[in-house]
Design a protein around this ligand. Sequence first.
Ligand SMILES: Cc1ncc(COP(=O)(O)O)c(C=O)c1O
Length: 718
Amino acid sequence: MTHSAPLHVPSHADLRAVVRIVGVASALGAPAPGPEAAPAALERNGLLQHLQGLGVAASWQETLVPLTVPPAGAPMRERLDAVGELARRVADHLTALAPEVFPLVIGGDHAIGIGTWRGVATRVASRGALGLIWIDAHLDSHTELSTHSGNIHGMPLAALLDEGDPALTGIDGPRIDPANVAVIGARSWDPEERERLQRLGVQIFDMAEVRDRGIAAVFCDALSVVRERTGAFGVSIDLDALDASAFPAVICPESAGIAPEELCDALLALRGCGDFAAMEIVEYLPDLDPGGTCAGWVANIAGAALGPSTYLLRAKEREFGAHNYAPLPVVFRHGRGVWLWDVEGRRYLDMMSAYSAVSFGHANPRLLRALNDQAQRLALTSRAFSNDRLPVLMERLCGLLGYDRVLPVNTGLEAVETALKTARKWGYKVKGIAPDQAEIIACEGNFHGRSITIVGMSSEEQYRDGFGPFPAGFKRIPYGDADALEAAITPDTTAFLVEPIQGEGGILVPPAGYLARCAEICRRHNVLLIADEVQTGLGRTGRLLACDHEGVHPDGLILGKALGGGLLPVSAFLADAPVLDVLQPGDHGSTFGGNPLGAAVALEVLAILDETRPWEHATRLGERLMARFRDARLPCVREVRGRGLLVGIELDPAQLRATTAAELLLARGIATKDTHNTVIRFAPPLIITEAELDAAADVVLDTLAAATTHRGQTPLQP
Ligand SMILES: Cc1ncc(COP(=O)(O)O)c(C=O)c1O
């Protein structure tokens, strides 16, 4: 089917103008040739492709070249006129671009800024005055009279503020009010320059201040300077603002500057600014960047600032994605440890861990190394052949968990499906159940995944609605009731499938002794006890397996989520030989199941588990978290329950809905999600520290208390 219906995604033009890259191949203001080659070099190194890859509607518009290039050693007058003439053309060029265009100007030396910002000021004049952030190691505020070096790339900021030779100051366009100019990262200047900017009232956040307060805080202040009573603002980046050891390919390198990755993180804030009108990146020197590393940073810098916003990405997802999820209003861009950052650079504590899959933290260096090393060697063979990682994983898993055999698959539901197929076949081949009569017992409130068979077992109406008919041979009993299990078992019962703690069901912990009694009942009736530890396994609940709390060794064990280290889907079904040996070649399998890439990551997961024993930490922190939540005695809280770092707060829906609580927490930097509208879950990566967890608990308690206070439940304190 072709997509002929009109698309409703707001175009970039509606939110952030379509980006046009304008090169200015000039070294007129520089002490020596070199920077004029920058636009072509950056184009060759994939600046445009990087932006397009991020989803930015970008194109390379054209590259302007100076019409006259004075010879080396030409008098100042001649050079000023040449720079002025080029600046005028740059300004005119930008002025002529369609209103919806967002210009990304690529120098050249910084003298081109005179043209860029006069042109941009003209472009935005109907909206109001232009503010300007000038990120630079230098102040660029000499005039032809005060200059020591004689280089015009040391003059553009003064010229933009109307100080200097008329060839530079006289370019058409509205004047920029110095009160709306902020310089960031300066660390090398002549006294006359600083005196000039201070006299004019420019706000200077020098490098000492950047080091002291951090680029993010300084950038935030700079934004308020340039947005005060202006209609729009621009950002000019002289790449020598960056630390010279990380970014040496500039005309005037200066040490002790801004780290490129920190600048990128700060620039993310620009994505949410509808009044961000243009950007300029100058002073790149390709000759000093033979490997293209610095060109890569330029692309990252542009991408950080110009990449799509939360709003645009969510609109695209709504427009083009099936609506089988209703994600909370945040778009994450990167994660490290227990932290996540959204596309505008806001930081969140991850209290979800992707439904407990990211137990060892985002971008865990050991897991990344295992992934990268293996990806470069061999990622997939299918199990038509053996690979050199899977057998090792199989041996380790069986040894660690005490089973004879393992069947590796990808997602959790595949492992559940594997368990169900194996249990049925065992029922027929070993237990002797008559053909097609095998029964499997599951629990009310279960969650084992989303296939037709599995939702057929569910008691949740929404999971089933519209997906029938469901396979026969499944029965449900109340969760936590061992007598109900005994009563439900018939001679045709082959297996009882149970979660040791119901995660999606609402972090429901069954009564003490439940699992042990179920195990005893199953043993007595020759029924397989199959534990779904996809969510509870591998340290989450304070033991290696949640079954360990009751000393239960189930006949079948389902693992998933954390086994893939939060990097890949790796799941498994484990059982002893009499059970799993019912499967013959060809009975079951999957193209990706047991792939060497997943196996290498899972092997590293097992090594981390062995070395760090995170369940001990999870027990202590989980108890601490639950005690904090219980002791607060908030009126909106009905119950606090959980085990280890799988904790739920059940709210009184008459006072606060869990969906609302999740949104309020998100706004305060805590990423988590409700289950069943009534329970908010807290399942951070197991590597979370006590201090991080305490800080999160403070925010959670404060948010819940405030939410109910605002609803008038508790009188506001004077
Ligand atoms: C207990 C349990 N089993 C199975 C699954 C399904 O796993 P997947 O989403 O990887 O298919 C889940 C997912 O949340 C789960 O919590």
